[in-house]
Ligand binder design. Sequence first.
Ligand code: HT7
Ligand code: ZN
Length: 893
Amino acid sequence: SVTIRRVDYTPPAFAIDKVELEFDLAPLTTTVTNRMQLRRAPGASARDLVLHGEDLELVRAEIDGKPWTGVQVSTDGLTVSNVPEQPFELTLVTTNRPSANTSLSGLYVSNHNFFTQCEAEGFRRITYFLDRPDVMTTYTVTLRASRADYPVLLSNGNLVETGELPDGRHFARWHDPFPKPSYLFALVAGKLVAREQRIRIRSGEEKLLQVWVEPHDLPKTEYAMQSLVHSIEWDEERFGLPLDLERFMIVAVGDFNMGAMENKGLNIFNTKYVLADAETATDIDFSGIEAVVGHEYFHNWTGNRVTCRDWFQLSLKEGLTVFRDQEFSADMAAAGGSPEAAAAARAARRIDDVRGLRQNQFAEDAGPMAHPVRPDSYVEINNFYTMTVYEKGAEVVRMYQTLFGRDGFRKGMDLYFARHDGQAVTCDDFRAAMADANQRDLTQFERWYSQAGTPHVSATAQYDAAARTFDITLTQGYGPASADAKATQKGPLLIPFAIGLVGSDGKDLPLRLAQDGQVLAEPQTTRVLELTETEQTFRFVDVAEEPLPSLLRNFSAPVIVSYDYTDAQLTFLFAHDSDPFNRWEAGQRLATRALLSLADAAARGDALSLDPEIVAAFGRVLRDSTLAPAFRELALTLPSESYLAEQIEEADPAAVHAARLFFRRALANGLRDDLMAAYEQNRVEGLYEPSAVDAGRRGLKNVALSYLADLDDPDDAAELARAQYDSADNMTERSAALVTLLQIGPSAARAPLDDFYLRFEKEALALDKWFGMQATRRGAPGERVLDDVGALMAHPAFSLKNPNRARALIFQFCMGNAAQFHATDGSGYAFWAEQVLALDAINPQVASRLARSLERWRKFTPALREKMRAALERVAAGVQSKDVREVVEKALA
Ligand code: HT7
Ligand code: ZN
């Protein structure tokens, strides 16, 4: 397979001044007429024009209206030889086969309607083109199709003409005035209806918003529309960025490889991120819709108006847009409440985001697919839509804001748009805008883009009572990494390191650094230290008593911090830290430490025991009614088994599972009454609302229920869960009750599981939950959940071709049920290999995501490791796509 390298970038040899596309849509064979106005790029002298193309049939080629015979078709494109010196018009007529396209990339059919997906390289499956993001042009698109079968015809931009054609066909013509790269092209055709809303933006212009879905789904579009309106308002308010088109459309499709796609003015969404009502969607689903609607909308500026020069720069748009959607979601969660409630809601979002990063991105950074935020090479770009590019990329963007404040960050954004609107640029251009707008040299900051691996910062502290000074020494470096990742690690990073000092009364001490000089009028209680050297000592002065340091507040940089806290100190911070993130963090550190030693004992076959002080510390937080329920829910949620396994040199999933279960049972037995009280006190009365406050209460109540189900005697919990299931008027309560019943045992869950199926047989997204909760159920000792998964694969409602369904059952088992997946007989791995190969033949993008679930195989005990290697080798021997091949070859290397 061919490796593409960042250093090999060369600008395009031709520019496309404009393109006109005509589609004669039919599911078996669609004909595309592509008329491009081309000219050589300044300084370029190539005689031949080389276009990308895949799975196309060329019907005709013309230059300036005359047939052109100098064309050569290959498996990955078309070479047009000896093209004119002067600007010319190239017309290409091709056909493609939408109904045979199971990859869901390019033009495809889903439930009899047409959709496209062009990022990253799907446009070349529609027509021959310079399918690279630095070739931007304006598009005029004419769609022709049967009116009866495809009454709605949509593409990017503005609708300029519609009309009738012979034989019951009709047409629509769309023009997008904004130059765009081909990956942002989209069309949709079919039987769809729209929820519409007109809004006025700050300039006074009126805009039309539409959310298009299949007719029976129309009632489920209210929240997506509301989220879109909020997104538009927020981007104007926070960044001064207005909606630039006359209309903005979102279309939902049930067959989709990812979450959603930001095509200019015509976002295409997985139904999962559009459709919601109380009956079928959970609080988490509602907040996912808000985040994804925001994310795709925000791309209109960060991605579409300013795009990437090449795919190595992917984080330019993705890291920045994730940061923007995180800020949006935090602001939305905080809106309307008291300042305390707002702060708690904001903290809960931050904790959730960081938990995801640490669980998934840190593991990626330590494995064979580790790469910098701006990768240096790839075989298949679809494999680089990763946690590193997205989530670590967002943390890198967040660090600019931490360093320069909100105003400084806004200045940087303004300069970025002033310089680059309408251009395809690089991560360096973004960094330069931030540096210039804030008059800072950010040369060292470049390493955040070029170095792979998670930085480690270790801290030591020294208090001098006589001098009243407190010295904190920070040392940075990297942990073990692959040779490729190590090769990128060239030097120390600029790490914004937020710190507070907590006094013996639990309150923050005022902070003054030695370098501050004169006494600050209003001393702060959190300072952002700038760590730039491998080792650096910061001296705080006038420190009245020996403090307890609260390190990396609000997770001010994506690093791993080590400090030699005692359990008692962690318990103290868990009870007092004014920084809610670090308060949560103290609980996680306490739990992780105990869980790892329990896992160690379990692996050795020793008896397990847990210090009652730890149970008491969790009890205090659970009972503390001054804390927001959402925070208490997060505090009581233990690190996942996969996160814990990552912390162990040679992971034994069965031991980790036993440790976590023991810990949960100890909390349940020790805090039974408090859990019962939390359950009762957090019932939400009245009409269901997906607000942050109500969701927080439901979350705490349901986490309490789940602990109660782990009591030695779970009968009360079973009764509560069954009553909750039966009386639920919303999916959050109903699904939480059912998951708890599954946790208690299959017999407790049997009847409600059947009821759930009958109730939601026709609701695809709810049915995904039904599959998912069975795939992730804990299983009694010796029981094989895989047998259920196998049976569910044969269920008439299961289809491997539908990514949501495959993710619900197969991915959930392989990635969300560690103890069962890692069964010692290797059955989970054999199942994995079979499914990766089956998916590979249908949809390589989805297959390759599943393939990644074995990439950390070297971390496990020798017996498991060998079985994993065998499964990987089986896939390597049978793989067809370069997507999966890249993953398994890197894993085995
Ligand atoms: N920019 C999009 C990334 C993407 C994608 C989306 C749907 C299907 C396939 C895709 N490949 C890449 C999504 C986003 O980050 O907003
Ligand atoms: Zn994105």
